[in-house]
Design a protein around this ligand. Sequence first.
Ligand code: NAP
Ligand code: MG
Length: 489
Amino acid sequence: MSKIKENNPEYFTDWKYAPSPESKDHIRLQNRYELFINGKFVKPNSKKYFDTINPATEEKIAEIAEANEKDVDLAVTAAKNAYDKVWKKMPGKERAKYIYRIARMIQEKARELAVIETMDGGKAIRESRDIDVPLAANHFFYYAGWADKLEYAFPNRKPQSLGVAGQIIPWNFPLLMAAWKIAPALATGNTVVLKPAETTSLTALKLAEIIQESGLPEGVVNIVTGFGNTGAAIVNHANVNKVAFTGSTDVGKIIQKAIAGTNKKLTLELGGKAANIVFEDAPLDQAVEGIINGIFFNQGHVCCAGSRLLVQEGVAEILIRKLKDRMETLIVGDPLDKNTDIGAINSKEQLSKINEYIKIGTNEGAEIFQPSCSLPKKGFFCKPTLFLNTSQSHRVVQEEIFGPVLAVQTFRTVEEAIEKANNIPFGLSAGIWTDKGSKIFNMTSKMRAGVVWANTYNKFDPTSPFGGYKESGFGREGGLHGLAAYLNF
Ligand code: NAP
Ligand code: MG
């Protein structure tokens, strides 16, 4: 039993929630998935397939086709033909009808998509059901609305589509990232070749089925699955006019080098190491919920996760006690269970990376806290972890871990909080917790972060632009800014 449980027996009775797993009866999955090129599912020229597994059970779900350079070439050629012959000529109001239809079909299949997202990627069903899938539909709805209003979005300018957009996405929000990329590209009259991450291709392929069923003209959206080489083949293809990448800073740098000297347009959404900054006048219980939501839900697999906590000295002790108490109540386990707070880590590799960082943090001399919960025997799971007494130079403070690990520091003055929050290579997001509006405005203007949340965390809306500073990348997705990234003027 942990110290907290021993000292507060009244809070910790031995009752447990009864299991409440979401049903899998209604989902439809094939044993094998092909590439989606020119409106059809086709076998890969590589003749190779790879397995996608459920990270919570380590069981194989399906086989996925691996696209080689030839397959990517077929996909880009299909996208270019569709662009030249159909899509760029189609009036915006006609394009909008298809995008609306895709949005509606995502809503109709929301339960199926949520369950598959959770099975393939490991995130808790509550997250995929309440956040990923509804937001994915919202992105299509939002951008459908702009398709015939581009002249109003950019008055006195002449918005022109670019051509073929090559889009590469990571494993943390598989369907949502596909929606972030595809919806604005279609609304602005571009065609698409998209590659999902190798561990989470399934919802992108379900989206391909939806796109096929929607009657979208052949070749307007192509989805090719595979590994890093497949992504590189898209980036390097001569007929790709725009590259939109979300993923790690390392791969972002490779892509930027690869397209230097070409006239391809580029947006990069990369890593993050956001700070939640809690002032003495903050509503502490609310802040604790925001911190928990910011780093532990979704297993910390969020680029804008609040993976650092900066707390003002006067409230540090009480806030950390409240945080530890709340961590004791978190349920880690079956991602399909509706009570689960923290699901499975996406892959074995990611789990070993997180465990490596937990060792690094301990060796650096930080004090570690993990709640007394037990982890399932099978699957890739990690306890929510706090590192206390960390300093700015610690690697667990500077580097992106992409797991449920929170590094805690204290500060005395506003200036010190700003200095510590900004003094890292990333600049994607930040959170500020205070009772004073003036303090919020002062802080937001000084934070080198693309998104700053105040008295809340991890809130998303398709109308709001999102993107980073420094090594978190450049370009914006969402809102009007997200349209501009797919247009020439
Ligand atoms: P990753 O390793 O960079 O992979 C991202 C995508 O790029 C995957 O589809 C990957 O394919 C592909 N890829 C790998 N090497 C490539 C290459 N040389 N050329 C072209 N494509 C290549 O990132 P990840 O591990 O999947 O995702 C985690 C990272 O994404 C974190 O750093 C996180 O912060 C970042 N992220 C950022 C945002 C944002 O908006 N800023 C949002 C979500 C995630 P494979 O999967 O087959 O390797
Ligand atoms: Mg998987």
